[in-house]
Design a protein around this ligand. Sequence first.
Ligand code: SF4
Length: 416
Amino acid sequence: MSKQDLIDIHSGIERDLGVEKNIYVPYMSDHGHALVGAFRNQGLTATMLPKPDSDCLDYGRRYSEGGECLPFVVTTGQLIKLIEETPDFDPEKSAFFMPTSSGPCRFGQYHTAQKLILSHLDQPVEIISLEAYNSYSAENLGFDFRNLAWQGIVAVDFLQKTLWRTRPYEKETGSADAAYEESLEELKQKMAEKGTSGLIEALEGIGKKFNSIETGPRDRPLIGIVGEIYVRANELCNCNLVSLIEDLGGEVRVGPMAEWLYYTNRKKKQDGFRDRKFLKFLKGWAKDLVQHYGENKVKDKFSDYLDKKDLSDPSVGELADNSHPYIPEDYRGEPVLEIGKAIDYAKKGADGVITVTPFSCMPGSMIIAVSNLVKKDHQNIPWLNLTFDAQQSTNIRTRLEPFIFQARKYREKRSS
Ligand code: SF4
């Protein structure tokens, strides 16, 4: 993306601060609720789009040629569905939030292609975008927005871990999901009303909700999911993988969203150092420091009901070190993090690893390429590579059944 594009995008946000526009946040995962809370706290109008469904896939496919990534099809489908199915939709008063990234993948082209589609449809909807290798700076929205959005995202990461830790063992079906949904809504509302103090207030109540859920013995194999960030987080794209594994008798953890954001800080620091742009380096360093401080504040609120492993994710430096024998850090993008995270799961006692990637994903192909080697070097931990193309294929369950069996055996062997 050119510098001029960035300036346009930032001034777009500035315009939104002055003009009554509704910022539509497409649903990738529940972290979007935190963004909506942070936008509203700034006095902006923001709406979270509903979870994508098969209609979004149909709309998205209509405007793609078959070679695009699955997340592009889904996000474009959400945008077109919004335009076509919202009564009295006013493009002049609407903006679509679409982050971007440079690096060795197609993500940087999403917002450009979506702008072309919108212009073809004669729909002047503004696309608001933030750039990954500028560590999603959103400078025009100010520190309060950035800090609140960050803490909200981290809070959703921990809230999800709480759900995944509780749900497989609940005695009353649905009680963990109910506590989770209620907590998420409260988090968004209190963030919007009171900012970071509201966020902390909302987190105080979460412990009570989850602690009151009656659970059975913790006896399931633990499965770590890694892979392309959108597909691993989005239930439509990954065919509801977490619930499927839980149905088959496993307990799941999915890599946190915060990891990618810390990675963008790391790249900003490294680029600044390499190019002797010390202000850039310092900005990355300061941002990292502030984000760690914010994360600790949020984490503290979960310390009564998450264990040490769930509370302490490895730093991105540790992940890069883990992954170094297989993928050098000079390769920019997710494979470094995902292979590093898979190794971290193996080291910390997970009983199986699943990688999820969209069909024809470029970084995903690299993850799959080294996976056999990583598995062999880590006690042959049960490992399954799953590729998704949104065909809702039925063979995923068939592949998961023997995998969970292997993970259970692996767990028994380790504990004996
Ligand atoms: S990571 Fe893969 S799926 Fe995601 S945008 Fe890049 S190439 Fe596409």
